[in-house]
Each structure stands twice: as C-alpha cells, then as structure tokens.
Design a protein around this ligand. Structure first.
Ligand code: NAD
Ligand code: 6OD
Length: 488
C-alpha cells in the first residue's frame, strides 16, 4: 500500500476519490510534496450538488433553529477537540507560523460556528399591521428562508477561517453547501467533513469538491444550474469571472475581494504603538491577508524616524521552522506567487524606489532552503501612480509616503480602485473620527489592526467586494425574506 497522503472530496458524508486527475499539494515552507489531491470533474460536482439538494429537502430543512444551533456549537467543539490536527494540517498547507495559526486561524475558524449559531436564535421576525388607508387593515409579516444550496469558493491565505466564515452562517440559516477550497490549501476543508459526521450533521449538508478554478471544480460549481447562490472570497479578477458564471440563472453572489489598503500615521500618534501596529498590519501572514497595509502615509515630522524603525523591525524578522514559536514569518504560498511578488520588488527598484530593507529572498537554511521565503520590504520614493503603489501585491511589502496635510493623506488613501480596510494612528480623537468618515473602505481601525468582533459587518467598497458578511448582516445573503400578508 502506498504511503502517499491523499486529499479527497467529501460528498454526502463520505470521502470520495477520483475526477479529472490529480495535482500535487506542496508544503510552501520546504517546497516539498505534501499530498496528492484529487481533482473533481463535472460528474463529481453534480453528485455534491445533488447531495446538498437532497439534504436541504430532508431532515436538515426540518430541524428547529435551536437544534441546528446546538449542532453547530458541537461542530465548533469538534474542531477544538482536534485543534492540534487542524493546526498541523493548516501549517503544512500554508507554512504559516504556529503563533499565528494557533491564535487566529483555528480558534476563529471554530468560533465562526458558535457566533452564528447563537446570533440566529436571537434574530427577530418583522411584522407590520397596516391600518393606513393604503393598507386596508392587513397584517404583514416576513419570515427568512434559507437561500438553498450554496457554492462556497475559498482562497488559501486563511483557509479554515475564511471557509468557516461562510459555512458557519450558511448552515446556521439552514442552507446546505458545496465548498471548493483553494487548490493550494485543500486539507482542512476535507477534515471538517469528519467533524460534521462526528457530531451528527446530516450527510449532504456539508460537501467539499477539490480542484482548481477555470475548467475545473471552481467553474463547474459556480456554473451549476442547481446552485442557488455563490459566496466567494478571492481576487477581484476572479470575482469578475465568477459573476459571469453565476449570471446564468440569475444566481446571487457575495464577493469578498482584493484590497490595496492604506495606513495613515499622524505625527501625534504614539510612535511605539504605530510602528508595532504597522509591523503587524504590513507583514502579518507574510503580507497575505486581504486586510494587510501596502501603502503607508506618514506625517512629515515623524516620517524619517518611522521609516527607520519600521525597516529595522522588518529587517530583524525571524524565519524558520513554522512549528517554532520563535518564528515570526512564514513563506509565500507558492513558487508562482513568489515570482509575482519578486516581480514587484524588481519593478519598484526600476521605478526608482529607495529600498530600506529587504527586496529579495532570505537564506533560511536547512530543510527550508527549498521553500518560498521572501524578505519583508520597505520602500520610499515611488510615485503614487507606480505599480507597487497602485496594484495589490499580496506580499510582505509597503511603500511609505510623507504627507503634510490631513486632506492630502485622505486623498492619497482614497486614490485606489479598492476599498477594503484602513488603519489610522493618532492620539487626536477628532482627527480619527474625521479621517474614518472620509476614507472609503469597509473597515477602519484606529490605533489597532485586525481586531473585529465576528458580529460586526465585514466587506469592501468599490472593487473590494459586494455585500457584507458578519453578524446578522450575513443573514441578508444567507437567507431570503418571504413576506406574508393577511387581510384582517
Ligand atoms: P483567487 O481568486 O486566485 O482564488 C480564490 C478561489 O477561487 C480558489 O479556490 C480558486 O480555485 C477559485 N477560482 C479561481 N478561478 C475561478 C473560476 N473561474 N471559477 C470558480 N472558481 C475560481 O484568490 P487567492 O489567490 O486564493 O487569494 C488571494 C486573493 O484573495 C487576494 O486578492 C486577496 O485580497 C483576496 N482575499 C480577499 C479577502 C476578503 O475578505 N476581501 C479575504 C482573503 C483574500
Ligand atoms: O476574521 C476576520 O475578521 C476576517 N474576515 C478576516 C479576513 C481576512 C482576509 O484575508
């Protein structure tokens, strides 16, 4: 028997093999083969969608909110009971450091079930008694129905967290799902199927098809005529393709897309906090969080000191074994992605950037020399129109630009097609409120980054997305209102 680890589809409560071939899952920290992944064909996607439809029409659709809620809390407990297994699988697929995955990815992945399970129980139904002349004395009430069978398409940067962020509310609302995890990070989505079985989630409620995007599982799923809606997180350009694929049959989409996020640092900021916070907002997860800052606008009196301290911090980054608590940065996700990011490093230099730190590939040593490591990089001196300042890079790099006036900083922060996130650093509350009001993004942090209560809305403006997920805002996508009108 072969010792090769295989990652399969999970359909109707069981692992399923086969499809239109296989692809390799590579460990980004070492560049070595991790597992063989089965790639779904149209037939397997049909099977997964049929299983989800049948589960929707079966026992799952008849469960009370209370019972469903209890089951989803058990899913969260099930993830936590196998915390170390999920942690190891996520680290093997992404190379991210254990400190990050154990504090964010896995616990938040589990919390995505409890939060939505609890929220739904308290969600009200609206009713209006029309006693105006136009209402003719009628009682109107609306109930929320599950949208149906949902296609869930996920990225690789926070695989379990961003997948459960959709599956949690989808199941809480009574939908059934077919998940297509990223081809780079297939493992934890498949493992979650085992947890679903262990806690008694009916077969077919949660299905996973493995594969790529175009001409593969992603496209087959999003084009599938029996899928009632698609929730997607990934690149803006992929979002555009998926919207076209979803247009057939007028299927609704929820889109969480890319960003080119700006941070604004005022001279009155607590500099220690602003530097430490910007270190996280720029370099966390090796710059592979949609919310990472890739542009910093720093008020001129503190500009030089800020650049020096940020560059020093970045230059001291510890690389190495992702399972070591000493390791601060993991690698990029793939060789192809590293080529893309290094391309921006070259382009920035050619465009005249001053490189304060980084700009290349670090020597990590030992087992890790074959991985997709990259140096955190700080630039100044670019034009606002240069590619490294305009385009989403999704790597550990930032351009820092001085400003003199608040309005100038706001104008530069807003001069982008994207509108996902911003961080403002100031001790002046009035200034913080003013700038938060003026920057056109879905989420603004003041003197912090990546703190968000799961009950609050999340999503982007402009090319960063359509719709809001999070808390009860997610119910707008995951349910449909049905209005019932009774003549009194
Ligand atoms: P991606 O768009 O390349 O891939 C995302 C998923 O879409 C993958 O599962 C992929 O297989 C699938 N896919 C690709 N083409 C498809 C098609 N034609 N039809 C159906 N599915 C298709 O994104 P990525 O590289 O995995 O992730 C990084 C990107 O995601 C960045 O742009 C980042 O900003 C964005 N992102 C956004 C958020 C957010 O919440 N706004 C969160 C995380 C990542
Ligand atoms: O956990 C969250 O709040 C969230 N939505 C994270 C998104 C990360 C994007 O890469």
């Amino acid at each position: 028997m072969s010792n090769v680890k295989e990652v399969r589809h999970f359909i109707n409560g069981a692992y399923v093999s086969g499809g239109q071939g296989e692809f390799e899952n590579i460990n980004p920290a070492t560049g070595r083969f991790e597992s063989k992944v089965h790639e779904a064909d149209r037939n397997l996607v049909d099977q997964a969608v049929a299983a989800a439809r049948s589960a929707l029409n079966g026992e799952w659709g008849r469960l009370t909110v209370e019972a469903r809620s209890k089951m989803l809390c058990a899913v969260a407990d099930g993830i936590n009971a196998r915390f170390d297994e999920f942690l190891e699988a996520e680290i093997a697929d992404t190379g991210k450091p254990v400190n990050l995955a154990s504090h964010i990815d896995i616990p938040r992945g589990a919390a995505n079930f409890t939060v939505f399970a609890e929220l739904l129980k308290a969600f009200p139904t609206e009713a209006f008694q029309q006693d105006t002349p136009t209402g003719y004395g009628a009682l109107n009430y609306s109930v929320r129905k599950p949208r149906g069978v949902l296609g869930v398409i996920c990225p690789w940067n926070l695989p379990l967290l961003l997948m459960t962020w959709k599956v949690g509310p989808a199941l809480a609302c009574g939908n059934t799902v077919v998940v297509k995890p990223s081809e780079e990070t297939p493992t934890t989505a498949a493992m979650l199927g085992e947890v679903m079985n262990d806690v008694g989630v009916p077969h077919g409620v949660y299905n996973v098809v493995q594969g790529l995007g175009p001409d593969s599982a992603g496209q087959y799923l999003t084009e599938h005529p029996d899928v009632d809606g698609i929730t997607f997180t990934g690149e803006t350009v992929t979002g555009e393709a998926i919207m076209k694929q979803a247009a057939r049959g007028i299927r609704p989409v929820s889109m969480e897309l890319g960003g080119k996020n700006a941070g604004v640092v005022f001279a009155d900021a607590d500099l220690d906090k602003a530097v430490a916070g910007s270190m996280r907002s720029v370099f966390a997860n090796c710059g592979q969080v949609c919310l990472n800052t890739e542009r910093l606008y720093v008020e001129r009196p503190i500009f030089e000191e800020f650049v020096e301290r940020l560059s020093k911090g970045a230059g001291e980054t510890v690389f190495g074994d992702p399972m070591s608590t000493e390791t601060a940065s993991g690698p990029l996700i793939s060789e192809q992605h590293r080529e893309k990011v290094l391309g921006y490093y070259e382009k920035a230099k050619a465009d005249g950037a001053e490189v304060h730190t980084g700009g290349g590939v670090p020597g990590v040593g030992g087992d890790y020399d074959g991985g997709w490591w990259i140096q955190p990089t700080v630039w100044t001196g670019l034009e606002e129109t240069d590619a490294a300042v305009k385009e989403e890079i999704f790597g550990p790099c930032v351009h820092v630009q001085p400003f003199d006036e608040q309005d100038e900083a706001v104008a530069m922060a807003n001069d982008t097609d994207y509108g996902l996130a911003t961080s403002i650093w100031t001790e002046n509350l009035t200034k913080a409120h003013q700038v938060a009001d003026q920057i056109d993004v879905g989420i603004t942090w003041v003197n912090c980054w990546f703190l968000r209560d799961l009950r609050t809305p999340f999503g982007g403006s402009k090319a960063s997305g359509i719709g809001r997920e999070g808390g009860q805002h997610a119910f707008e996508f995951y349910t449909e209102h049905r209005n019932i009108c009774i003549q009194l």
